[in-house]
Design a protein around this ligand. Structure first.
Ligand SMILES: Cc1cc2nc3c(=O)[nH]c(=O)nc-3n(C[C@H](O)[C@H](O)[C@H](O)COP(=O)(O)OP(=O)(O)OC[C@H]3O[C@@H](n4cnc5c(N)ncnc54)[C@H](O)[C@@H]3O)c2cc1C
Length: 462
């Protein structure tokens, strides 16, 4: 839209006057900052950016977009911006300032506005001895993470974050603010629970769990011991209880001065785990992993917000390329393939490669669960490479793909929604039956595909 056009300018000014948040268009001050995603590699160029401060701002923005024939891309942090379609002709609707969180300790329910980060939930919940199902990074958005599943440190005991959502407040493509819960709009609630959602979420309500402390930490081994570490972790995962969720993480740390000296500029095979239990039984549980003698051992009793440090995720926006895959199994032959592409002799491996242990509650259909009610895979691969300069994007993308391809014989029939950073449709990241139901819900609520999502759905009538 050209802001030289006087009608367009009049309408934009009316939008500005009608909301508490900010509105910017190309060429105007604030546009570049407002369109910037957390992943700095993503260059989003929408026709207009609205930074909403309330549900009422979201309603007004959606009505404006509809009146001007624009599609709408809701976004919180932009951690998941990579797979989005180009935003030309679209409104980027950011909920970044909407971070209010209310905790009801009696019902153990948290209500988080759409822009809340996981740390905004975990810190106040811990004051009541409660925890939400946060992912590994404290600064990932609750809404985007949960809409795509939400796999965290309590996953094998309590499942995906999506299946703990009890209600969603959202604005439909027609601009109506509705509440979806057990008694209202069951299809919209189902779609929010792991299907990427329909509409623009303004707040989520979710179940919290009684967790005052847990035994968690990392065991760092030099990268040269990667094969031994992967084999022993894999054997161990075959016999652990649901109370432990763990990851084997191959991490090449940059030589940054802010990193502690033993980690700076080095590469490690790290076993990370969180156990819902006390120190004595936790130490007994991880003893087989400790036996080979890690270079660094950080296991201790911690409060739930400290889980956000376990995976050593970046805490500042960065440029990166990533991809992932559900694995039906991770047998010795798969370990050998991974060591070949990611071990000490690999030429240009991605910065971070994780294999996460699934199963437990994740493998059982969640009561009243949504689009990802259960996961029919035993492990999850995630590979991410930093791309500090533009020329690295191609080679890093190729190295991420090489890791994914190396484990192709063990890929499940679809990938994990939240770790799929390529612009694929929801059919590639959901069970086939869920995708079909989502198409029908899309046809009923958003037949013109006004709301854009990380992994699109084409509406189809039943
Ligand atoms: C460092 C890092 C660590 C991660 N760790 C984990 C992890 O441990 N477990 C895990 O499962 N995933 C993890 N992820 C993946 C993460 O869950 C996805 O990238 C997720 O999409 C991020 O959500 P967001 O709200 O922060 O991002 P955004 O980019 O803001 O949102 C992503 C998508 O969610 C949808 N969305 C966001 N807000 C709204 C809204 N208000 N209404 C409707 N739709 C909306 C849109 O489709 C949007 O494109 C990680 C990602 C990174 C970068």
């Amino acid at each position: 839209m050209s802001i030289g056009n006087s009608t367009a300018e009049h309408d934009l000014n009316a939008l500005r006057a009608g909301i508490a948040g900010q509105v910017s268009v190309p060429g105007q001050t604030g546009y570049d900052q407002a369109r910037q995603a957390w992943n700095l590699a993503v260059d989003q160029r929408p026709d207009v950016v609205v930074v909403a401060e309330s549900a009422s701002d979201v309603v007004t923005a959606i009505r404006y977009a509809r009146a001007h024939g624009m599609r709408i891309a809701p976004q919180g942090t932009g951690h998941g911006a990579a797979p989005l379609d180009a935003l030309d002709g679209a409104m980027l609707l950011r909920t970044t300032p909407m971070r209010k969180v209310d905790i009801d300790p009696a019902s153990r329910i948290a209500r988080a506005e759409a822009g809340a980060l996981w740390q905004d939930v975990m810190v106040p919940a811990a004051e009541h001895g409660l925890a939400g199902l946060a992912g590994s990074s404290p600064n990932v958005g609750v809404t985007g993470d949960t809409l795509g599943g939400g796999l965290g440190w309590l996953a094998r005991r309590y499942g995906l974050a999506a299946n703990s959502v009890t209600a969603a407040e959202l604005v439909t493509p027609d601009g109506d603010l509705v509440r979806a819960d057990a008694g209202h709009e069951p299809d919209l609630l189902w779609a929010v629970r792991g299907g990427g959602g329909i509409g623009v979420v303004t707040a989520l309500e979710m179940q919290l769990y009684a967790v005052r402390e847990l035994y968690a930490g990392d065991l760092f081994f030099p990268i040269e011991r990667i094969a031994e570490v992967l084999h022993s972790w894999r054997d161990w995962t075959a016999r652990v209880p649901d109370d432990v969720t763990s990851v084997c993480h191959i991490l090449r740390l940059p030589p940054l001065p802010e990193l502690p000296e033993p980690l700076r500029g080095r590469a490690f095979a790290i076993i990370e785990a969180a156990y819902l239990g006390d120190e004595g039984s936790g130490a007994e549980l991880i003893e087989p992993l400790r036996r080979p003698g890690p270079a660094l051992d950080t296991f201790a009793m911690i409060r739930p917000p400290a889980l956000g440090q376990l995976n050593l995720d970046p805490n500042q926006p960065m440029s990166a390329e990533g991809d992932g895959a559900f694995l039906v199994d991770f047998p010795p032959a798969a370990i050998d393939c991974l060591v070949a592409v990611a071990g000490p002799d690999a030429e240009t491996p991605p910065t971070s490669i994780e294999v996460r242990h699934l199963g437990g509650a994740l493998g059982r259909p969640a009561p009243g669960g949504g689009a990802q009610s259960s996961i029919d895979a035993s492990y999850l691969l995630n590979a991410v490479g930093a791309t500090p300069t533009l020329d690295l994007a191609g080679p890093v993308r190729a190295s991420v793909q090489a890791v994914k391809d190396a484990l192709a014989p063990w890929h499940a029939s679809y990938d994990y929604y939240d770790f799929e950073e390529k612009p694929v449709t929801a059919a590639a990241v959901l069970p086939a039956a869920s995708f079909r139901r989502l198409q029908e819900i899309k046809a009923a609520h958003d037949p013109d595909r006004v709301i854009m999502s990380a992994h699109p759905v084409w509406p189809i009538r039943p």
